[in-house]
Design a protein around this ligand. Structure first.
Ligand SMILES: *Cc1c(COP(=O)(O)O)cnc(C)c1O
Length: 222
């Protein structure tokens, strides 16, 4: 499993090369064997991410308090109850019905990022750019259990890195606009953007959470 340590060392170096900010390196553990996750944790990983609620619960049952858990995929309202007391942050807040359910189920405030679909690709989830500010204002007013901490996006794959860069820059600019509105109970502390193939560009454009799977653990076998 030495390659996992080597990959982590390499990624940490690339983070330092690309930004001066404090960056949270999220290890995306979907389909990864538990031994490998444990090894990554022994080598400094503090936070892991799953895109399916049931997988997050499985990880929690084994790893308990050893790590923080992030949900990075679509969250169906009927799954909220399974993860709400386990999750450290939800990266995929994207609709009011989900806010209703979180408000109903949460005992404490739940940290969330609003997922934005910058490129407007059908296959990507999230709110369109122009929907984000009205959504955040409503959440701030009506759902006190939800603490919005920033924004998340996924860039589609472009051959041209500059197009990827434009997506990340748009998200950064949107977060600045929101910050300037000083909305109550809303912080714009985190920009969760960048995956294995584009995290260096994301860091250059202001990411402070990167979500990395294959570049740590190798190719997934689905
Ligand atoms: C799978 C996944 C990642 C990580 O992808 P890699 O290319 O393996 O780094 C990041 N974010 C989300 C939302 C994902 O589903």
């Amino acid at each position: 499993m030495d390659y996992i340590k080597e990959n982590l060392d390499y990624i940490k170096k690339r983070i330092q090369v690309n930004t001066k900010e404090d960056v949270l390196l999220l290890a995306v553990t979907k389909t990864v064997e538990i031994d490998k996750i444990n090894y990554a944790v022994e080598n400094g990983i503090t936070d892991i991410a799953e895109n399916k609620p049931q997988e997050l619960v499985k990880r929690y049952e084994v790893l308990k308090d050893k790590v923080n858990y992030h949900l990075i995929g679509t969250l169906q309202t009927n799954k909220v109850k399974y993860i709400i007391d386990k999750v450290s942050m939800i990266h995929s807040l994207d609709r009011i019905s989900l806010c209703e359910e979180i408000q109903k189920r949460a005992k404490n405030k739940i940290k969330c990022l609003v997922q934005v679909n910058i490129s407007k690709e059908d296959s990507k989830h999230g709110l369109f750019k122009e929907e984000v500010i009205p959504f955040i204002i409503k959440v701030s007013k009506d759902y006190p259990k939800i603490k919005i901490m920033g924004l998340m996006t996924m860039a589609p794959f472009f051959e041209d890195n500059e197009k990827t860069r434009d997506v990340f820059r748009d998200l950064k600019n949107l977060s600045i606009d929101i910050k300037n509105l000083n909305i109550e109970n809303v912080e714009m502390k985190y920009l969760s953007m960048g995956m294995s193939n584009d995290y260096e560009i994301a860091l250059q454009e202001g990411a402070n959470i990167v979500r990395i799977g294959t570049a740590i653990f190798g190719k997934r076998n689905y």
